[in-house]
Design a protein around this ligand. Structure first.
Ligand SMILES: [Zn+2]
Length: 208
């Protein structure tokens, strides 16, 4: 992984590979939090912010007793375009445009609003290794990074089915300014390599 380890507030307090109990159709289910995969919408829907997650010491016991957490997956290329959008455009209350602005100013001495979308994408792409915990670099980690090793099986939900499965409205709409057709060959090649584990894993599960 080219990305730095994340030492943001959330990661420092152990919020990586976390599973929350959720009540779905009056049944207790579990949900694995994978950033950029409808994470905020699901947290809002089930009021999970600040709520305790399942202690990691229980994961082995849960897995052995047949519990399969819900988890959301998406095409790595679409997710990468969404990440760029998240940082490079104004995109709703939970976007990271403010961090994108700071990233460009702190590391490149550039004002992001003076750049075209294409220029923003190129510059961001060329400086991904500079992302650290201040910019929540954990968002960029591959989806498979977030899978606790204790579980072998999940109830996988495609991003398109999130609203139906979890009965939620679109609480964190992206504006769709950056789409996969805007990614250059260089970017697409990077995604194919950097997120290879995701492609292999989801393909092996018949999901992609
Ligand atoms: Zn983090």
């Amino acid at each position: 992984m080219i990305f730095q380890p994340c030492d943001c507030f959330h990661c420092r307090r152990g919020a990586q590979q976390v599973i929350f109990p959720i009540l779905l159709d009056n049944t207790v289910e579990y949900w694995l939090d994978i950033p950029k995969n409808a994470s905020t919408s699901i947290k809002v829907k089930f009021d999970l912010d600040g709520k305790p997650s399942v202690p990691k010491e229980y994961y082995s016991m849960f897995a052995a007793s047949g519990i399969k957490p819900y988890a959301v997956y998406r095409d790595p290329m679409v997710r990468f375009a969404s990440l760029l959008q998240h940082y490079l455009t104004r995109s709703g209350p939970y976007g990271r445009y403010n961090r994108g602005e700071k990233f460009f100013w702190n590391h490149m001495n550039l004002k992001i609003e003076e750049l075209s979308i294409e220029e923003r994408m190129e510059i961001m792409f060329d400086n991904l290794t500079k992302l650290n915990g201040f910019y929540y670099v954990h968002h960029w980690f591959p989806q498979t990074y977030w899978l606790p090793k204790e579980f072998e099986e999940y109830k996988w939900v495609a991003m398109e089915d999130v609203q139906k499965v979890f009965d939620i409205g679109n609480t964190n709409p992206g504006s769709g300014k950056i789409t996969t057709d805007m990614l250059t060959k260089r970017m697409k090649d990077f995604v194919a390599i950097e997120y290879r584990d995701d492609y292999e894993y989801f393909t092996s599960k018949g999901l992609l």
